[in-house]
Design a protein around this ligand. Sequence first.
Ligand code: HEC
Ligand code: HEC
Ligand code: HEC
Ligand code: HEC
Ligand code: HEC
Length: 502
Amino acid sequence: MYRKYINFIRGLSVNRVGLTGVVLTTSAFICFLFFELLRISRVLTNAYIGLITYMLFPALFILGLILIPIGWYRYRKSRKLSTKEILAERFIPREMEARGIGSRVFVTVSIFTIINIIFIGAAGIRTLKFMDESVFCGTACHKVMNPEWTTYQVSPHARVKCVECHVGEGITALVDSKFSGLRQMVKANFNTYTRPIPTPVHQLRPARETCEKCHWPEKFYGQHLKILTRYDPDAASTRRYVTLSLKIDTGKEAAKGGIHWHIAGENEVRYASIADRREEMLWVEKRQPNGTFKRFVNRPYAGSIQTEAKERERDNTGIRTMDCVDCHNRATHIYEDPAHALDDRFGKGLIRPVLPYAKREMLAAITPNYKNQETALAGISAHLNGFYRRNYPQIADREQGTIDGMIDIARDIYRRNVHPLMKIRWGTYPSFIGHEKNSGCFRCHNEHMQDEAGHIISYDCTLCHSILAYGEDSPFKYLETPDKKSPQYKMHEFLREEFLKK
Ligand code: HEC
Ligand code: HEC
Ligand code: HEC
Ligand code: HEC
Ligand code: HEC
């Protein structure tokens, strides 16, 4: 019974190429089934097994299928026989032909073809499904996606699949993404992609199809108290507080106000930016259903760059309606500022800055432009050990454990945020939440964005948050009795009144 299949397979292996094809196809098929079984029964759950099962085995299977006819073709050429003669020679001994066994070859070929089609179809579906999983997106092109994968796994969205933000809904989105994925795969293989991966990601689907599937834009968040712990670069690494009460939503007479005002259903904010980079604005406008329309123009750029603005408007290109990602551009791939990363770890008590100049020296250890990760990890250790050995030999002897702890934390921070292979350094991907270096909110909220009457988009310090402490030793300093001699007295008074009004 099985003999005829074995004979068939043997018949296909006409030469080395044919044999390789047969061996590849058969073993890939068996391995696929085997691993699939292990994955289904949850014996193996490792991400890389998925990569092998759904990418490698089907690829080898198809490669094998291609090799078989190539082998066959070369065999035919070298033997100078016709197909019929080879068929007769490989599968149908002459004495059998007389008894009408020839048609059995046809049946066998048909059976194998059907098995192949079913297998390729089923494996294809499994592969497509697997390609939607985050482990695939995050690890298939390991080196390229490593930074995004690293930041994603420690983010609030670590359980949200990459495709839920990057692909969105609908068949066009799916097809688009598969094509651009293919292009990216080719680029990754030929090493022709840009490093770092450029942002903004223009292909990102509108937030309506992604973020808003889970986050209801009309949800009321009210005010958020944010206590930021900061540590000075002095000998004691003195702890200080910056406390903000963020006015995310403050309903003014039923109309939505506050920070999420921009995304309220009734408000539309559109803008055009230089080279469509979303960094420097050309103009910003707001439109409301009651007919209010206002356009703010970036004054210093009046003149030459305004021509760009006019051209854009004429062609309707590069004009963007503000959505979640214009502020939450780092919703998932969150890169830290080096000083704030240290503040965060100290604040969480992962390590206490008990040694002299702990903050300053850890910062000095992680910020140099190291050539690669190995030199960085060695450099961090050399810097901290060196500093304490040179300047505080007794402490270094006594506190080697603490120094080692500091080295571990510093290395972790470095590994998470800096990826020399992808040319991602400190500050490569800044966040738009906040206004460090006048970016973020201050891209629009600044004195240069003026409407025709000369009104600006406000950057009043209390528009978005009240400040309850700003580098103070207590998180609610400005609610305590302020020191009248302090230069900040006026600000204290003002903030206190602000706070008491509520
Ligand atoms: C919660 C939504 C969300 C999820 C989940 C998500 N991303 Fe992103 N991703 C974004 C946003 C937003 C940007 C930034 C777009 C911009 O700056 O224009 C981005 C940017 C990127 C970039 C461009 C480089 C960069 O860091 O800005 C890459 C590459 C990327 N994501 C890959 C991934 C991969 C791989 C996964 C899954 C492991 C993933 N993303 C999961 C929202 C998401
Ligand atoms: C598949 C559902 C899903 C999608 C899509 C999604 N989110 Fe989220 N998001 C969540 C969940 C769940 C949380 C809460 C996580 C937690 O509380 O730990 C969250 C938390 C957040 C937070 C609060 C983060 C914090 O520090 O606590 C922000 C901001 C946010 N999402 C923005 C976005 C943006 C912007 C997008 C689109 C680019 C997006 N989300 C897409 C499910 C989603
Ligand atoms: C693309 C431009 C743009 C960016 C970026 C931007 N805003 Fe605005 N914002 C506006 C415009 C336009 C208005 C309306 C100004 C007016 O009517 O005078 C506004 C108004 C506001 C208001 C007042 C809303 C109300 O109640 O009337 C707040 C609060 C605010 N923005 C906070 C922020 C914060 C916080 C950020 C950064 C995370 C930010 N904005 C980033 C354009 C922007
Ligand atoms: C004008 C800028 C801006 C826009 C646009 C914006 N947000 Fe926010 N959002 C903020 C700021 C600022 C905060 C407060 C950040 C913080 O707490 O550190 C915030 C906070 C949040 C939070 C966290 C609230 C919490 O519980 O901590 C969520 C969730 C969120 N936004 C979702 C969204 C979604 C979804 C969209 C789009 C529909 C959106 N945001 C659009 C600026 C914006
Ligand atoms: C358009 C809205 C807006 C305006 C105007 C604004 N801020 Fe902010 N500010 C923010 C947001 C958003 C953050 C980020 C909060 C976070 O970290 O989540 C922030 C953060 C801060 C921080 C904390 C920085 C840190 O991380 O240590 C300070 C301090 C601060 N603002 C002071 C000011 C002062 C002073 C002014 C007036 C010149 C001002 N802000 C005006 C929105 C605004």
